[in-house]
Design a protein around this ligand. Structure first.
Ligand SMILES: [Zn+2]
Length: 537
């Protein structure tokens, strides 16, 4: 590989000798999400050459990651990586990186004819500065065209995110995505300066995380028999499924952390638990006769809230989960839990009597609060879908609002922290056009890019209540999405629009976004991402 790169570099140099081989500055500087402040000089360039160095003041591994990332972007064009030095010495014509007294994700990027200066509040800010720099490269770099030098436009940028939480959820249960595919999804988040990956790991239709103490969860629960997730469609050719080993989980958590993305695992309870019940029948009220379902939808069989053995199981599972994920939050689902089984179950009813719970909603609240106490004992915080409000919510749990924004508004008003991901604006599995016959099958709905872009996570809240809105998240459920290419098509460019809601909340402009996103699609194409084109028609 090195020989090939060296050869490419020699060719590039020789081209330069013949008066060519320089990749000219991009005509327009289009950064997504939109920076808080940016001034572009129409004239002049900084010329990035193989001799340009990236200079840090220390050899902090988190900083070096940004250099590795930027080198991976430009080395195919320049025929080699820029030298990284960690002595902090100032010299012209370099990319000089310093940490200053800015907010953690904040950065300033100054490109003059004499060099590039990055100042950031933390290594995350440095990473975002390099992401911005990447979007300012000539399109030829994305295509891997070789050159002796790359021109950068002269800019002054001062940038920071509005919301601390900027996330996306991927459902790997209705359909399974490989480790490499999950990494690509994480790359897409990083490109848009998003910093949370919500990983939906357990469902009725599949349990996807190895738990050492309960091997049947993945031996049985990770696979469904010949089935189809669409009524009337042909059956799978063979049993369908898959799971991630704990080593693979660690690999993905590290991959995300290297890109300043926190992975939040979701272990669903008390509903959406059929795969776990199929593996260990004692977890359900009936105690036996469960299978991994062959169709989606809300299932009446859920974890028994009466038996102590259910809580023992979940605490053992979560004990392994908290060791794998450094995230301060663990998502426990909590959505769509029918109460039919609990109403018929003598053990559940006995629990309600003992705990003086007036109905099954309060039993669910008991369930969630008991799990929250356990997570707190492990130094973690609980977050769940907005149904966890039903029957009473603890003061300390956080809510992810999906059935519109109402649950999030209610939670923020009562002083609970909230992530807004309402299906009205954030459901990336919805159709992007009303001409659905021309589209790959989706779950329904209609959510064009412009509507995502228009989302106001603060709507209906006063200034004091707004402080409880941590941020926004796009959700990609995969009932009808079985390939990464299809997932990309659903996510892009709507995720780019959502990234501006999260990062550029108070300085957004949709018409301007429509122009800037065109440049970004050049990068999508070079990276091989499949994206929807409705907004350009
Ligand atoms: Zn029960």
């Amino acid at each position: 590989m090195k020989k090939v790169l060296l050869a490419a570099w020699c060719i590039a140099v020789s081209l330069d000798c013949f008066g060519g081989g320089k990749l000219l500055r991009t005509p327009s500087v289009d950064v997504v999400p939109r920076p808080a402040e940016m001034t572009v000089s129409e004239k002049g360039v900084f010329t990035l050459k193989p001799s340009t160095k990236i200079v840090f003041a220390s050899n902090d591994e988190a900083l070096l990651n940004s250099a590795r990332f930027f080198n991976s972007v430009i080395s195919p064009s320049l025929g080699g990586e820029l030298t990284v030095v960690c002595d902090g010495k100032k010299a012209s014509k370099n990319i000089q990186v310093t940490l200053g007294t800015l907010q953690a994700e904040e950065y300033q990027l100054s490109v003059t004819s004499q060099g590039v200066q990055i100042t950031a509040g933390s290594p995350a800010g440095v990473f975002y500065a390099f992401q911005t720099l990447r979007q300012m490269l000539p399109a030829a770099v994305f295509k891997g065209e070789t050159a002796s030098a790359i021109e950068l436009p002269l800019v002054e940028i001062a940038d920071k995110p509005h919301f601390a939480y900027r996330g996306a959820m991927l459902d790997v249960c209705r359909h399974f995505f490989t480790v490499d595919e999950v990494k690509t999804f994480i790359d897409i988040l990083a490109l848009h300066k998003m910093n949370r990956f919500h990983w939906h790991l357990t469902e009725d239709q599949g349990w996807r995380i190895e738990i050492k103490r309960y091997p049947e969860l993945t031996r049985v629960g990770a696979f469904r028999d010949r089935c189809s997730l669409e009524p009337g469609a042909p059956l799978d050719a063979q049993p369908y499924g898959g799971f991630y080993t704990q080593d693979q989980i660690r690999e993905i958590v590290k991959y995300a952390a290297d890109r300043f993305i926190t992975v939040i695992p979701e272990i669903e309870m008390p509903g959406h638990a059929s795969a776990a019940l199929a593996a260990y029948g004692f977890l359900g009220c009936k105690g036996e006769g469960y299978t991994v379902p062959d169709i989606w939808g809300v299932k009446e069989d859920v974890y028994c809230a009466g038996k102590e053995s259910t809580f023992e199981f979940l605490e053992n599972v979560l004990s392994e989960v908290v060791e794998l994920f450094p995230s301060e939050y663990i998502h426990i689902g909590g959505d769509e839990c029918p109460k039919a089984r609990w109403k018929e179950c003598p053990v559940c009813q006995q629990r309600m009597q003992q705990e003086q719970l007036k109905d099954e909603l309060e039993l669910q609240s008991y369930f969630v609060q008991r799990i929250e106490k356990f997570l707190n004992s492990k130094g973690k915080k609980l977050i769940g879908w907005d149904e966890i409000l039903e029957g009473g919510l603890s003061k300390t749990a956080s809510v992810m609002s999906w059935r519109g924004a109402a649950g999030g508004i209610e939670a923020a008003k009562s002083g609970n922290y909230v992530v807004m991901s309402p299906n009205s604006h954030c459901y990336l599995d919805y159709y992007q056009t009303q001409e659905v016959e021309k589209e790959p099958k989706a779950i329904g709905g209609f959510l064009p890019v412009e509507r995502v872009y228009s989302f106001d996570p603060y709507e209906g809240l006063n200034a004091q209540q707004q402080a409880y809105i941590m941020g926004v998240q796009g959700n990609l459920w995969t009932e009808f999405i079985s390939t990464l290419s299809h997932a990309e098509y659903m996510a892009l460019p709507r995720l780019a629009a959502l990234s501006e809601v999260g990062w550029s909340y108070d300085h957004r402009d949709y018409n301007e976004f429509k122009q800037r996103i065109k440049s970004l699609t050049g990068l999508y194409e070079a990276l091989g991402y499949n994206y929807a084109k409705h907004m350009f028609e």
